[in-house]
Design a protein around this ligand. Sequence first.
Ligand code: TRP
Length: 331
Amino acid sequence: MKKILLTGDRPSGKLHLGHYVGSLQNRVKMQADYDSYIMIADVQALTDNFENPDIVQQSIYELAYDYLAIGIDPSIATIYIQSQIPEVAELTIYLMNLVTLSRLERNPTVKAELAQKGMTESIPVGFLCYPISQAADITAFGAEVIPVGEDQQPMIEQTNEIVRRFNRIYNTNILKECQAHIGINGRLPGIDGKNKASKSLGNAIFLSDEPAVVKEKVMSMFTDPNHLKVSDKGKVEGNVVFTYLDIFHQDKEEIADLKDGYRQGGVGDVSLKQMLCKDLDGLLAPIRERRAALSRAHIREILIDGTTRAQKKAQEMMQAVRNAMGINYFG
Ligand code: TRP
């Protein structure tokens, strides 16, 4: 039997190159080696969008389009919608007993998000608890392999703490520990040089951007502010164009030569940016093509089918969890 892979994204907008490098690329590569579940995490998206359910609702289809466009194959991987699996909500409640408030407040991912959203004074309970809900997402499926971006590592650690505690307290081994699989290129910086590409910072290239938009964004990329003339000596470190070329350009030797040339003077930003545009187009053109061939009706079928399969899987696991906890009163 194949091990179970599970991962997902919050439907709160379109996916971008940062997601691709951090996790999406890995999922496509790994999908056939595991029993794969890809979740549209609308419950989690609501924890910070509860006043705007329309954003979440609209983004569900956008996310599904993105998944299929990058090459997630619904005949191999099960794509499903989190809120439609009530067993996960049930498991979340049981797992809440095993986690302290201070442990949640110490979770680095939660801390960073609270700071970013300015939610330091009055923290909604639902938001604070989302690591527990994420632990339920993972354990309700018996998933052991979790392809995610590096910012999610603390979630996996917290999940494993919960798993160990649950299994010890209820004297079982029913919940499984899991492992994060993080993209080899780690974190992609934003086009403005900020250390993370993100939708809310407005510095990301989306997988669904048209070629003209990609070009415009690449042309506006942060390079070396002191590199004014082609003949000037330039800095490679912190130069976003080089960071992207390191990741997206196949010929690594060519990049090494260009870096030398740039440092010595004589290599222009525009020529590097044109090269990067070509590389990104090579990546994004097939994604665009696949997206154009998709219809909403087809995606709806895929989501219904995947969600039905996911429901079955979580139902089986929850029977076993209730048994382990001794709360399966009517057998
Ligand atoms: N927290 C993840 C994100 O923000 C989304 C997510 C929810 C997830 N549940 C998950 C990822 C379970 C992996 C496994 O991107």
